[in-house]
Design a protein around this ligand. Structure first.
Ligand code: PEP
Length: 252
């Protein structure tokens, strides 16, 4: 199956409102006519302002995280219902910064996955090994555990709303990228885990993104790998000039 390439920008805790709006405007202009799938995930407080810029474009609005629970007494949290209400279509869950900085575990991430699906949001589920895992050769095992736990209770029908982002933690924000061959090897194993958990058809259909210092210089080679269906981009998504070329490669 020919899978549509998907490029997602995770802006993390960066920018001010004027910068967020200007970047969104620039991307709407630059990505006009491109044919891959594009998503940007600004900080929560700028979601609405960014939505006003991109709502009639080919760019989807994403959130960087979400509460595991419904509306109610959860100080500081943002619910799926609230996100939907302001135009969010997809949510990034299980990012390594949530796992390691905010102590999110697989059980909580799985709860968030179900809460997102219940509210008809698409999900980008992030997985990936630490460098200590890679050194001792357990990368694929770690990814399999994170996939099995993150997707526990998710049906094959629901899987259509989920993309997986393989993000080696040692490559995030470090300038160290997995080589295309290293990334491809893990992507192929992720796809085989999905085939075992669901079906070969589901494995063939699922979008698997690579994340970890992807930029205009390395994107083309990474995106050329048979099991790399796009990218989750941090640093290079913060400027139209650095994000656009990746989007263009994906559109080829
Ligand atoms: C990320 O945080 O998902 C990421 C891939 O960041 P960077 O591109 O900066 O490594």
């Amino acid at each position: 199956m020919a899978r549509t390439k998907y490029v997602a920008g995770n802006w993390k805790m960066n920018m001010d409102k004027a910068g967020a709006v200007a970047l969104a405007k620039g991307l709407v202009e630059n990505l006009k006519g491109l044919t891959a799938k594009y998503m940007i995930a600004p900080p929560f407080v700028y979601l609405d302002a960014v939505y006003q810029e991109i709502k009639d474009s080919n760019i989807i609005l994403g959130a960087q995280d979400m509460a595991a629970t419904e509306n109610g007494a959860h100080t500081g949290a943002v619910s799926a219902v609230m996100l939907k209400d302001i135009g969010v279509k997809t949510v990034i869950l299980g990012h390594s910064e949530r796992r390691y900085e905010f102590y999110e575990n697989d059980t909580l991430i799985n709860k968030k996955v179900h809460e997102a699906l219940k509210n008809d949001l698409d999900v980008v589920l992030c997985i990936g090994e630490l460098s200590s895992h890679r050194i001792v050769g357990v990368t694929e095992r770690i990814c399999e555990i994170q996939i099995r736990s993150g997707l526990e209770g998710v049906t094959e029908e629901q899987l259509a709303k989920i993309s997986i982002a393989y993000e080696p933690v040692w490559a995030i924000g470090t300038g160290k990228t997995a080589t295309p061959e290293e990334a491809q090897e893990v992507h192929a194993s992720v796809r085989s885990v999905i085939a075992r958990l669901y079906s070969p058809k589901a494995a063939d259909a699922i979008t698997i993104l690579y994340g970890g210092s992807m930029n205009a210089g390395n994107a083309e080679a990474l995106l050329a790998q048979p099991d790399i269906d796009g990218g989750l981009i941090g640093g290079a998504s913060l400027k139209a000039d650095t994000f656009t070329p990746i989007c263009q490669f994906a559109s080829k």
